[in-house]
Design a protein around this ligand. Structure first.
Ligand SMILES: O=c1ccn([C@H]2C[C@H](O)[C@@H](COP(=O)(O)OP(=O)(O)OP(=O)(O)O)O2)c(=O)[nH]1
Ligand SMILES: [Mg+2]
Length: 148
């Protein structure tokens, strides 16, 4: 699949997000910073990625997810937990970088900060009813099937 991309920061021209391996699901997004960015414990900052994408087709969306190494080892995750990129969004991809750890972290310019996953989307219409046909689960949830 081909997606239109705009290069907003010239440094991104020769390092567009790419799949690291043939089986990769995520495209790494870089922190298009002019200088290192210090994230104090529990601080968060909106970080530009230097690119814009236009998915166009409402049958797709993109998700911004943390990188597991940064998230697990350094506590650098996302202020919005998951970023959802609508198919009609044309602005710069932004990453809300949140240092959830108790140690300061310095983000370096052009460091790979998060990852983008393109996913299929179904846009549903609501059909208003008063009762649902019975299902095995019914209204049970929140652990209703037991612990083990
Ligand atoms: O991590 C993110 C999340 C969102 N966006 C952009 C793309 C998305 O299509 C748009 C709106 O995001 P969302 O709908 O999640 O935010 P909102 O608070 O509902 O804003 P809006 O009223 O613009 O929809 O912001 C990003 O660049 N990065
Ligand atoms: Mg919205």
């Amino acid at each position: 699949m081909k997606i239109d991309v705009k290069i907003l920061d010239p440094r991104m021209a020769d390092q567009l997000p790419a799949y690291a391996t043939p089986g990769s699901a995520g495209l790494d997004l870089r922190a298009c910073l002019d200088a290192p960015l210090l994230l104090a414990p529990n601080a968060w900052q909106l970080v530009p990625t230097g690119i814009a994408i236009y998915l166009k087709d409402p049958g797709y969306a993109a998700l911004i997810l943390p990188r597991s190494g940064l998230g697990h080892k350094h506590g650098i995750v996302l202020g919005n937990l998951v970023g959802l990129i609508d198919s009609d969004y044309q602005g710069q991809l932004m990453v809300s970088a949140w240092n959830r750890s108790d140690t300061a972290f310095t983000l370096q310019p052009m460091e790979r900060l998060a990852q983008l996953v393109i996913v299929p989307v179904v846009q549903a219409q609501f059909n208003v009813v008063t009762d649902f046909p019975a299902s095995e689960r019914g209204e049970g949830g929140y652990g209703s099937t037991g612990k083990h």
